[in-house]
Design a binder for this molecule. Structure first.
Ligand SMILES: [Zn+2]
Length: 339
């Protein structure tokens, strides 16, 4: 494999990476699960570092309220309502054309998380909720794929690498983490841009160590910081692995991978419900069928309005109904419009 020695000269000069590390980076295939603030920042750093392939997965589209902290996106992406996985790939392609990019616009579900990890060497957590992180954790533990946890809200953030079979997993540490479903979100508590860059930096530093094979240097600590208060806490992970952990213990049961999928979720803090339907074969036909109700459409989604309710249908069959917090009501809304 030929490496562009000029392009990566400063990184190759960094002794722990060197030429051998650069070759490993060029062969690495990384999953970015969620392309919001953290995912996009990590993807950019990894792309610039010269990783061979990035698989970008995200269910959302770029909105104006993202631009204050989601550094990869532009005003034009928000105006065009582009899916984040698509907009991110567009920008990354122009940053480093040698990085191969896959965009997947979809929700992360138990039924296909293992497929998203197929052929992947390392996963980056760019999700915005703990249920998704725990699902990624179980799948990575099962498949033996290292991943790097990261989360932030307000001016606060935390991060930890997980080496399955070697270090504690997210489930082992769950008592030390915010409660799933009960933790503040960016929608409810806000967030400032610098915490994103700090946590993304922590995540990518560990990712680089793992990819270049410097396992001895991988941080065996959970770090948390509050940039506003000026605090940094380091929890040593030695001794936190649980022998009976359902994800990484001696007899794992992977409860989330085997969970029944209801196909509908309430999106916290957004006054919206998401319903999963069959994939849309022809977006143009759907747009024509919805007729005058359509307020926005592109190759990836169609949005239409019905009174106070605004719905967005993605090509993978997800429909986000805004102005609604009841799954059954959202389902009947979809049945009424989409048949
Ligand atoms: Zn565990």
């Amino acid at each position: 494999m030929t490496i562009d020695e000029g392009r990566y000269s400063r990184q190759i000069r960094f002794a722990p990476i060197g030429s051998a590390g650069q070759v490993r980076l060029a062969k690495a295939r990384v999953l970015i699960l969620g392309c919001g603030a953290l995912g996009a920042a990590c993807a950019e750093q990894l792309c610039r570092s010269g990783v061979g392939m990035l698989r970008l997965v995200d269910r959302d589209f770029v909105e104006a309220s993202n631009l204050q902290r989601q550094s990869l996106y532009t005003d034009r992406d928000a105006a065009a309502c582009l899916p984040k996985a698509v907009a991110a790939a567009d920008h990354l392609r122009s940053i480093n054309p040698s990085c191969s990019l896959e965009s997947i616009v979809r929700d992360v579900r138990p039924a296909h998380i293992e497929g998203l990890l197929s052929g992947i060497d390392l996963a980056i957590d760019g999700s915005d909720n703990f249920p998704t992180r725990h699902l990624l954790n179980e799948a990575c533990c099962k498949l033996g794929i290292p991943w790097v946890f990261g989360a932030c809200v307000g001016a606060y953030g935390l991060s930890m690498p997980v080496l399955p079979g070697e270090t504690p997993c997210l489930r082992c540490l769950q008592d030390q983490l915010p409660d799933a479903g009960d933790s503040p979100t960016c929608d409810t508590s806000g967030i400032i841009a610098p915490i994103v860059q700090v946590i993304a930096g922590w995540q990518v530093a560990e990712a680089l160590k793992i990819i270049v094979g410097d396992r001895a240097s991988v941080r065996r600590e959970l770090w948390t910081t509050d940039l506003w208060a000026g605090t940094l806490q380091r929890l040593r992970l030695a001794g936190w692995r649980h022998a009976d952990c359902v994800a990484c213990g001696a007899r794992p049961t992977y409860p989330l991978l085997h969970a029944q999928d209801s196909g509908g979720i309430v999106l916290c803090g957004r006054d919206a419900v998401q319903v999963q339907r069959a994939a849309v074969g022809d977006m143009a036909r759907l747009r024509a069928r919805l007729g005058a109700a359509v307020v926005l459409a592109n190759d990836h989604l169609v949005r239409w309005r019905d009174g106070d309710q605004i719905a967005t249908c993605f090509s993978d069959g997800r429909v986000m109904v805004q102005g609604c917090t009841d799954i059954e009501r959202a389902r009947s809304f979809c049945d009424r419009w989409l048949g």
